[in-house]
Design a protein around this ligand. Structure first.
Ligand SMILES: [Zn+2]
Length: 357
């Protein structure tokens, strides 16, 4: 009897979304991000995006000093020394971390030290969510140099050389152009062709043409097509036969990702994982299929990953991490948890138009 009592007692602590604890968890993370003494080579802009966008989803952006955040983010922007530099093939976006702004010594590979499409996406998303005037960003060099990252097949490399190219960076490029409201940084038609080549026989998308379908890659494909204006919201309510992608197969693939425990998996035969509640749940939202899967079961799975210290873990009953916490909050927003801001799924942040900004 004791064990029954203990069981019900411990499970009741995670029977609902604990917003206050999540805000405290992110506030703690926010305090550590701008500190100068942490010199490890990590992508600090990505961590900052998770924290600040997470607070925004939790309607707690007032915890952030917006002016300090703007100045901090802008300090990561790479600028060419002169016009001639723009021809050197380097990308002038945002560095991922402070240490990468220093030139490498002759023994180090310079390719690891350029600015990066993913950190540029994170930087612009943060600036947008704290209300910075996006039109005042010095974006000319960014867009001119970004276009040179696009390959003839339409894909993007994230930095100027020596990196893999795949759908993740096509998504970043589309999100960057969308936020800057300037598409001169990419060839949209080529990007579209590349994305369409990544749709697999089973309806999902792989990171590169011919590769296995994957939840994250499929999110990048669908969101990039949406940002570029090639597909509409609520595709299911329209004539799917006229869509440029195979919508029925894509829907089927996404629905099959909900596992018996209620969570979403990234690929067949993999365990359910918190982040795919957003990656796959987000695609279903864009398709207009948010009421077709078992939302109650997904919520139940996510609550088993909710930490009593705030945040979410990847798998049930593990310690939380920032990445899975952010996608846990995003998933609960998709599930229309009261007290959370709605998402612009394809941008991966709060829907500012829906909340009147
Ligand atoms: Zn995950």
């Amino acid at each position: 009897m004791d064990s029954d009592w203990n069981f019900s007692s411990s499970s009741s602590s995670s029977s609902s979304f604990d917003k206050d604890r999540h805000v405290r968890y992110l506030e703690m993370m926010y305090q550590t991000i701008p500190s100068e003494y942490q010199e490890q080579e990590i992508n600090r802009l990505t961590l900052a995006y998770f924290v600040i966008s997470g607070l925004d989803i939790l309607r707690a952006l007032d915890r952030v000093d917006k002016e300090q955040v703007v100045n901090w983010v802008l300090s990561f922007q790479a600028h060419p020394k002169n016009k001639a530099d723009l021809g050197n093939g380097w990308f002038y976006g945002f560095y991922g971390s402070r240490t990468s702004q220093f030139p490498a010594d002759e023994n180090r590979d310079l390719s690891h030290n350029g600015s990066h499409l993913a950190s540029t996406y994170c930087a612009l998303a943060i600036l947008k969510m704290v209300g910075y005037n996006m039109a005042s960003i010095d974006s000319e060099a960014m867009l001119i140099s970004m276009k040179k990252l696009q390959h003839p097949d339409g894909s993007f490399m994230p930095i100027h050389s020596g990196a893999e190219k795949d759908l993740r960076f096509v998504f970043c490029a589309a999100a960057i152009c969308y936020m800057l409201n300037n598409w001169s940084g990419m060839d949209r038609e080529k990007a579209k062709e590349y994305i369409l080549n990544c749709q697999s026989y089973d309806g999902g998308f792989g990171l590169v043409p011919g590769s296995e379908s994957h939840g994250g890659a499929t999110y990048c494909a669908v969101s990039a097509l949406r940002l570029m204006g090639f597909i509409e919201y609520d595709l299911l309510s329209k004539s799917t036969s006229s869509s440029i992608i195979n919508v029925p197969l894509l829907l089927e693939w996404c629905l099959q990702r909900q596992a018996i425990d209620g969570g979403f998996q990234g690929r067949p035969n993999k365990a359910s994982d918190t982040c795919y509640a957003f990656w796959v749940g987000g695609i279903l939202r864009i398709l207009g299929a948010q009421n077709i899967y078992n939302r109650g079961a997904l919520q139940g799975f996510l609550l088993t990953c909710q930490s009593k210290y705030g945040g979410f873990s990847k798998f049930p009953a593990q310690l939380p991490d920032l990445y899975h916490s952010y996608y846990g909050f995003s998933a609960f927003s998709l599930l229309e948890e009261p007290g959370l801001n709605p998402l612009c799924v394809e941008l991966g942040m709060t829907d500012m138009a829906a909340i009147g900004i």
